[in-house]
Ligand binder design. Structure first.
Ligand code: SF4
Ligand code: SF4
Length: 148
């Protein structure tokens, strides 16, 4: 959030109402089932962007004022907030360009069935190592692929 930007003055602090953490790339059915468990919790969604898996946690920052939607610690706001700009931010119209997006455990259950149970004779698992720990992020919107 950048309270001095004109755009932010029109916004209710959308970017201060969630955060996204990288999670390990699931490899086997059990890993996917663990993600299904994440999705059993309120406010959790999972998205994949550029082959990186993230857990999105809808949880408002305690320093976002609900009176005027400004940051109450603006000068001391964390680095991630300082780096986030209005360019392609949550207020800008457009779609998120996720490779995959899960909002419910049922969706993941279905995905597991398709990926493993329906094709269990085809060993399609990639032999990739666990991904190194990544960095937390705020989501950014990107143009839809077809409009690039
Ligand atoms: S979502 Fe965009 S416009 Fe809204 S507060 Fe954050 S940076 Fe500003
Ligand atoms: S510290 Fe300020 S800018 Fe950062 S998420 Fe919280 S309210 Fe938003």
């Amino acid at each position: 959030m950048a309270k001095n930007k004109d755009l932010c003055k029109k916004c209710t602090g959308l970017c201060c109402r969630y955060f996204a953490l990288p999670i390990e790339t699931p490899e086997d059915k059990e890993d996917y089932d663990d993600i299904r468990w994440y999705l059993c919790h309120e406010g959790i969604t999972i998205f994949v962007e550029d082959d990186e898996w993230y857990m999105n946690i809808d949880n408002k920052c305690k320093y976002l004022s609900e009176k005027d939607y400004t940051c109450q610690i603006y000068d001391k706001r964390p680095r991630i907030c300082k780096k986030y700009t209005t360019k392609d931010c949550d207020f800008i119209e457009g779609e998120y360009d996720y490779d995959l997006y899960f909002t419910s455990p049922e969706q993941m259950e279905e995905y597991i069935k398709i990926k493993f149970d329906n094709n269990n004779r085809k060993k399609r698992r990639r032999k990739t190592g666990k991904r190194a720990k990544g960095k937390s992020k705020k989501r950014t919107k990107r143009k839809k692929r077809k409009s690039r």
